[in-house]
Design a protein around this ligand. Structure first.
Ligand code: IPM
Ligand code: MG
Length: 357
C-alpha cells in the first residue's frame, strides 16, 4: 500500500479543533482509496513558544522538510503581541515558508452556489466568480533587507525594504502563466508600477515572459484599482499574479466574495520538495475552544494537499464533494449561518462531513 508522510501543524486558537476534523476525514478517504497517511504532529506558532520558547523549533522545520506534505491549521494569538518580533508566532510561519522555499502561494476563490446569499455583495456581482490569487510568498517587503527601527535625528524611524530580483519575479510569474494556460487563459498581474521601481521591474519581467505563452492573455493592473475591481466586477479575473504584500491584502478581500474567509484553502509550493497546505484564515482567538469554528477551509486545504501535493485526485474529489453536499443540505457554522439553515458547531460539522463521505 502506498504510504505518504503528512506533518500536521495544528498551531494556535481554533487550529487544533479544525485539525481534528480534517484528520478524521483524511483517515476515511485514505482507507477508501487504498493508501496510508502516516501523521506526525509538530508545534508551531504560539503553542511552540509555550512548549519550547521558539515559534518554529528546528525539529518542526526538519520534520516538514522531510515529509511528503504539510498541513497547517493556523497560528497567532494576541497573548504574544508584545514579544520582540523574532519571538512572535507569525515569525514561525514566515520562517517555515522561507525554510521550505515555498515561493508560490495559490489561493483559489470560487463561489459555492449554496452560499451565494452569505456574501455581503449582491448575487449578480459574485455569481460565477472563479479566480486564483498567485501570491509571491518568500520575498518582497516581508523579507527585504534592510529593515528595522533606528534612532535618527532625535526621533525614531521604522523601515522595511520592498525588493524583488528578476529571478524571483520570473519563477512566480511562470507558475501563474502555467496555471492560466490550464484555466481560462487570462492572467492579470497586479503591481504599483506608477510609483514603485520594484513594481516596474515586476511588470517588465512579466511582459518579457508573455511571448512564451501566446495562449495566455496578459494584462496589468495597479493594486488600488485591483482592490476596487474585485468588488466591482470580480468575474473579470481568472489568475491574479502579485507580490507578497499586495497578495496578502487582495486574498483576504477576494475571500470575502465567498461570504466567509472560513471557506478558503491555500497551497504554498516550491520548485521541488513538499508543499504546505493551509486555510487562508487565521487562528480566530475570539472563538477558539468554543466549538464554533468553521472547519471547511481546513478540509478544503486537506483536499488541495491530496490533489496538488500527493496526486491523489479521487480522494480529493471525495472531500470536496462532501463539503458541497453538507452545504447543499443547509448545514452551516456560525460564520455562514442564514435563515432556514441548521447551525452546527465545529465537531458536529465534522460529523456531518463524515456522513456525507
Ligand atoms: C496570511 C497571513 C500571514 C501573512 C500572517 C499570519 C503572517 O495573513 O497567510 O495571509 O501575512 O502572510
Ligand atoms: Mg493574510
Amino acid at each position: 500500500m502506498a504510504q505518504h508522510r503528512v506533518v500536521l501543524l495544528p498551531g494556535d486558537g481554533i487550529g487544533p479543533e479544525i485539525t481534528a476534523v480534517a484528520r478524521k476525514l483524511l483517515e476515511v478517504v485514505s482507507q477508501r482509496h487504498g493508501f496510508e497517511l502516516i501523521f506526525e504532529e509538530h508545534p508551531i506558532g504560539g503553542s511552540a513558544i509555550d512548549a519550547t520558547g521558539e515559534p518554529l523549533p528546528a525539529s518542526t522545520l526538519e520534520a516538514c522538510r522531510a515529509a511528503d506534505a504539510v498541513l497547517l491549521a493556523a497560528i497567532g494569538s494576541p497573548r504574544f503581541d508584545s514579544l520582540p518580533r523574532d519571538k512572535r508566532p507569525e515569525t514561525g510561519l514566515l520562517g517555515l515558508r522561507s525554510g521550505m522555499e515555498l515561493f508560490a502561494n495559490l489561493r483559489p476563490v470560487k463561489i459555492v452556489p449554496a452560499l451565494i446569499g452569505a456574501s455581503s455583495l449582491r448575487q449578480e456581482v459574485i455569481e460565477g466568480v472563479d479566480l486564483m490569487v498567485v501570491r509571491e510568498l518568500t520575498g518582497g517587503i516581508y523579507f527585504g533587507q534592510p529593515k528595522g527601527r533606528i534612532q535618527a535625528d532625535g526621533e525614531e524611524r521604522g523601515f522595511n525594504t520592498m525588493t524583488y530580483s528578476s529571478r524571483e519575479v520570473d519563477r512566480i510569474a511562470k507558475v501563474a502563466f502555467d496555471l492560466a494556460r490550464d484555466r481560462r487563459g487570462n492572467l492579470c498581474s497586479v503591481d504599483k508600477a506608477n510609483v514603485l521601481d520594484v513594481s516596474q521591474l515586476w511588470r517588465d519581467r512579466v511582459d518579457a515572459m508573455a511571448p512564451f505563452y501566446s495562449d495566455v492573455e496578459v494584462s496589468h493592473m495597479y493594486v488600488d484599482n485591483a482592490a476596487m475591481q474585485l468588488l466591482l466586477a470580480p468575474r473579470q479575473f481568472d489568475v491574479l499574479l502579485t507580490g507578497n504584500l499586495f497578495g496578502d491584502i487582495l486574498s483576504d478581500e477576494a475571500a470575502m466574495l465567498t461570504g466567509s474567509i472560513g471557506m478558503l484553502p491555500s497551497a504554498s509550493l516550491g520548485s521541488d520538495g513538499p508543499g504546505l497546505f493551509e486555510p487562508v484564515h487565521g487562528s480566530a482567538p475570539g472563538i477558539s475552544g468554543q466549538d464554533k469554528a468553521n472547519p471547511i477551509a481546513m478540509v478544503l486545504s486537506a483536499a488541495m494537499m491530496l490533489r496538488t501535493g500527493l496526486k491523489l485526485n479521487q480522494a480529493a474529489d471525495d472531500l470536496e464533494a462532501a463539503v458541497d453536499k453538507v452545504l447543499a443540505a443547509g448545514f452551516r457554522t456560525g460564520d455562514l449561518m442564514a435563515e432556514g439553515c441548521s447551525l452546527l458547531g465545529c465537531q458536529a460539522m465534522g460529523e456531518a462531513l463524515l456522513r456525507a463521505l
